[in-house]
Design a protein around this ligand. Structure first.
Ligand SMILES: Nc1nc2c(ncn2[C@@H]2O[C@H](COP(=O)(O)OP(=O)(O)O)[C@@H](O)[C@H]2O)c(=O)[nH]1
Ligand SMILES: [Mg+2]
Length: 512
């Protein structure tokens, strides 16, 4: 792995300005890959290089990881907007499965150590059911589902079996996907990490691949999700508020900040149901909403009561069970209350309300801000790391120059320096007053890379206002960098912030 990939280097910043994160970087990466294709033409690596090159133009790859039953597959479905991934048990939940956009519906099965082949599948309303053709799940390396989908055009999603899970073997797979020990490039560009409760084992898992090379997930490309958030507070109607407080506390915990950028609470089941809501379900919920408040509350005190009481409600026990499966007790209560209070009248209004209240809206915003806006940077990072390992694995005439340039870009490109400083703040290597650190984080894109976000201004801020704020920030950080009392690490971080400010000013048509 290239030295100083994520290690602390004071490399000269070059190549890319703030505001259009990674565009210049992506161009450099592309031209380097084109050279690499020449160097390795006619070798066994030509194909792999082509794949690396193609990957640059593909959607960002986001892996969903976490312990078994943390709600990964359910959340994945919510993000896609369709029930594709099987949830709960079933042999396919033990296999790493990719969901990618494409023109046709297709499933490719990649056996361990054998050629990929098309697999038969059926789809019912709950999930895709893939026929492994008699192959035991352990023999399947991965499944690749191609599914025409707007959501998958933005990100290819990778569903993983759980960590700390059924078997050593299964756990190993989730691990391989993210922190492969061999020279392979990492398949995922970014990670959604689901935690149901703050479990020590979860943190250990994350820590193990942090602090190493940039190929491993680290806070810059990982978001934490406090999953199954509705179950906090045993389904009470204020469950999400409690979950929000816990998530905020987690996000402020230094141990957590070391491994994920932030933590958001999401009730994945409710989110999945919201985006796939049916008219029948709404009709059933209306019956509950039509009850007097007191009676409805009584009925929904527990799943058992809801299953058995009030035969006059006109819902069979199968229908009640179906509602519980799809909404959870919290979801049934919330949905019924929203209908009763006329917050949501139609199915589509209810869907919108539930998606928002499930935390899905916030998670989507964060994904946009922290992953998709930085898409070019994260993808370049994956490509450069893959190229780096290739040049190491097989030296050829010209490969040394390639390796040197990879190292140069990784050590010096400004977007990487921003990411490096971000993770260094998170790791506690750069210290200072909380408000100074917050200012620094924002300026270098920690809350999103848009100029107004960096400068903490509203989205409609004018050019002059933005430029004035950038000039002020520049002066502020120059003073800090030049102050002899400033700690060494902070000076290096300040230089990166200065470069970010200069970049914004250049973009705004003003010189620093
Ligand atoms: N109450 C509730 N149950 C959930 C939620 N997310 C998932 N579940 C349930 O938890 C079980 C495991 O979910 P699944 O998505 O298969 O977890 P995975 O093993 O991490 O992929 C299923 O029965 C889901 O219906 C949630 O947000 N709230
Ligand atoms: Mg699953």
């Amino acid at each position: 792995m290239a030295a100083g990939v994520v290690g602390w280097t004071a490399g000269e910043e070059r190549g890319q300005v703030a505001g259009e994160p990674g565009r210049g970087l992506a161009e450099r990466t592309r031209s380097l890959l084109a050279r690499a294709v020449d160097v390795y033409r006619g070798t066994a690596h030509a194909q792999r290089l082509e794949a690396i090159r193609q990957r640059l133009d593909e959607p960002l790859r986001v892996a969903v990881v976490g312990r078994v039953k943390s709600g990964k597959s359910t959340l994945l479905n919510a993000l896609v907007g369709e029930r594709l991934a099987p949830t709960d048990a079933g042999e396919c939940t033990r296999i790493v499965t990719w969901y990618r956009d494409g023109h046709t519906y297709q499933v490719m099965l990649h056996p361990r150590g054998g050629p990929a082949r098309q697999a038969r599948f059926t789809r019912d309303e709950a999930a895709i059911d893939i026929d492994l053709g008699g192959l035991p799940p352990e023999e399947v390396d991965q499944l690749v589902v191609t599914w025409p989908s707007q959501a998958l055009r933005t990100a290819t999603l990778i569903d993983t079996p759980g960590i700390g899970s059924l078997s050593e073997r299964t756990a190993r797979r989730a691990w391989d996907l993210l922190a492969s020990e061999d020279d392979e490039e990492t398949p995922a560009d970014a990670v959604l990490y689901l935690m149901r409760h703050l479990h020590l084992q979860d943190l250990e898992f994350l820590r193990a691949f942090h602090d190493t090379e940039i190929s491993r997930p680290n806070p810059v490309n990982a978001i934490g999700v406090l999953s199954r958030a509705d179950e906090i507070g045993v389904g009470r109607i204020d469950a999400m508020a409690s979950a929000r407080r816990i998530a905020a506390r987690l996000a402020a915990d230094p141990n957590v900040r070391r491994v994920v950028q932030t933590v958001v609470p999401v009730a994945g089941l409710l989110a999945e149901t919201a985006v796939t809501l049916t008219e029948t379900e709404v009709a059933h919920l209306r019956r509950i909403a039509d009850l007097p408040v007191k009676q409805a509350e009584d009925l929904l005190l527990s799943a058992d009561r809801f299953g058995e009481l009030m035969p006059e409600l006109g819902l069979t026990s199968i229908e009640r069970e179906a509602l519980l499966d799809r909404f959870g007790l919290f979801g049934v209560r919330l949905a019924a209350a929203l209908i009763r209070q006329k917050v949501a009248g139609t199915a589509s209004e209810l869907a919108t309300e539930l998606a928002e209240r499930s935390g899905l809206g916030e998670l989507r915003d964060l994904l946009g801000l922290l992953f998709f806006e930085r898409r070019e940077v994260l993808k370049s990072r994956s490509a450069l790391l893959a190229l780096d390992s290739l040049t190491r694995a097989d030296a050829r005439p010209g490969s040394q120059a390639l390796a040197a340039e990879v190292e140069e870009i990784i050590a010096s490109a400004h977007p990487f320096n921003e990411l490096r400083v971000l993770s260094s703040i998170r790791a506690g290597w750069v210290t200072g007053k909380p408000e100074v650190l917050a200012d620094l984080e924002r300026l270098i894109g920690g809350a999103g890379t848009a100029t107004h976000v960096r400068l903490q201004l509203p989205p409609d801020a004018g050019r002059k206002e933005l430029a004035d704020a950038a000039a002020e920030a520049l002066a502020r950080w120059r003073r800090r960098a030049e102050n002899p009392l400033t700690a060494h690490e902070m000076v290096i971080a300040a230089r990166v912030a200065i470069r970010s400010c200069e970049g914004m000013l250049t973009e705004l048509g003003r010189s620093g």
